[in-house]
Write a protein that binds this ligand. Structure first.
Ligand SMILES: Cc1cc2nc3c(=O)[nH]c(=O)nc-3n(C[C@H](O)[C@H](O)[C@H](O)COP(=O)(O)O)c2cc1C
Length: 325
């Protein structure tokens, strides 16, 4: 019998009741100080019952790395309690919830960012403007912010962490040669470009230990000449595989280039290509909206789990429809 979305999935020692995951999606409803509120509690609780895992929206590890003026953050101890209300509400359904930790780097919200920082002083566009290139001390400070965010994530009741290394935010900016032209130990070779991610991951691991799930979301392609490809990601992530529990495969966002066409399961070929090189689970996402397609992806071993996004915004019961044969 082949695997279906109803089958459990192990992420390291952690077990999901099924293979359907709620994708991280900004609610744009945080307070000016990036606190979560009742909207978030109700929104996530309403969608938590049936999925095997909820991944909370991108949550800022630094006041200087918020993606939006109305996103949520985990950069002070005061952010913990409002987040705890969300995890408690989700846990009523025995569904685990991971937090997606992010720093926007050169794509941090200009409205609420004091100093825009990035690996290199290259602007994404005029809206964001030109960032400052991070010094070695600046890098160390951000890594420490990730560590503290991981510590707070446990306090807030999260069952795991998703490192946001996709969509052109700070970690992605370090990894891609399009956005990282540094000449020091954080730039140049793929090993050097991966150093920031490695140090972030090790700082998180130092805080949470090896048994706590830590997964990564990536953009498999930059959709741009000279940018990252799935083969590059294999090279970048293979040395870190033993420290990761899953890879969640999205695309794009590092430069202002969009895919030429967005069709059903358009990102899946990238997930499938990457899966061939790893033993940890691969999560596919992007326009995988039907039970038959999701089961086909799993049966053909193109991915190990399916994340769904927009349908769950429109219909909170979408997961239930998908899980019932
Ligand atoms: C409103 C909205 C907010 C999103 N916010 C995030 C986010 O915070 N972090 C992230 O990695 N992706 C985010 N995404 C991308 C989704 O996680 C997902 O990859 C994308 O919607 C494609 O999946 P779908 O076709 O099932 O919607 C967002 C998407 C939408 C529509």
């Amino acid at each position: 019998m082949s695997v279906t979305i109803n089958n459990p999935l192990s992420l390291g020692n952690f077990r999901l009741k099924n293979r359907l995951i709620m994708a991280p999606m900004q609610q744009y409803m945080g307070t000016p100080e990036a606190f979560a509120n009742n909207h978030h509690v109700e929104h996530y609780a309403r969608r938590a019952k049936h999925v095997g895992l909820v991944i909370l929206e991108s949550t800022a590890i630094s006041s200087n790395g918020r993606l939006w003026a109305n996103d949520i953050g985990i950069y002070t101890d005061r952010h913990v309690e409002p987040l705890r209300k969300i995890t408690d509400a989700i846990h009523i359904y025995q569904t685990p919830v991971f937090i997606q930790l992010s720093h926007g780097g050169r794509k941090s919200s200009p409205e609420v960012t004091e100093t825009l920082v990035a690996p290199s002083a290259i602007a994404y566009n005029d809206h964001y403007g030109t960032p400052e290139s991070l010094s070695a001390e600046g890098i160390a400070k951000v890594i420490e912010e990730y560590r503290l965010a991981a510590k707070r994530s446990i306090k807030a009741g999260f069952d795991g962490i998703e490192i946001h290394a996709a969509h052109g935010f700070l970690i992605h900016q370090f990894l891609s040669p399009l956005t990282n032209t540094r000449l020091d130990r954080y730039g140049g070779t793929s090993e050097n470009r991966a150093r920031f991610l490695k140090e972030v991951l090790f700082a998180i691991r130092g805080e949470v230990g090896r048994n706590y799930p830590v997964i990564i979301r990536i953009s498999a392609t930059d959709y741009s000449e000279g940018g990252l490809t799935p083969a590059d990601w294999v090279r970048l992530l293979q040395p870190l595989e033993s420290e990761l529990d899953a890879i969640h495969v999205s695309t794009g966002g590092n430069v202002p280039v969009k895919p030429s066409d967005v069709y059903e399961a358009y990102q899946l070929p990238h997930a499938a290509a990457i899966k061939q090189h790893f033993n940890i689970p691969i999560i596919a996402v992007g326009k995988i909206y039907t039970r038959s397609l999701a089961n086909h992806v799993l049966a053909d071993q193109l991915a190990d789990a399916i994340a769904i996004g927009r349908p769950l915004l429109d219909d909170p019961d979408y997961a239930e429809h998908l899980l019932i044969p």
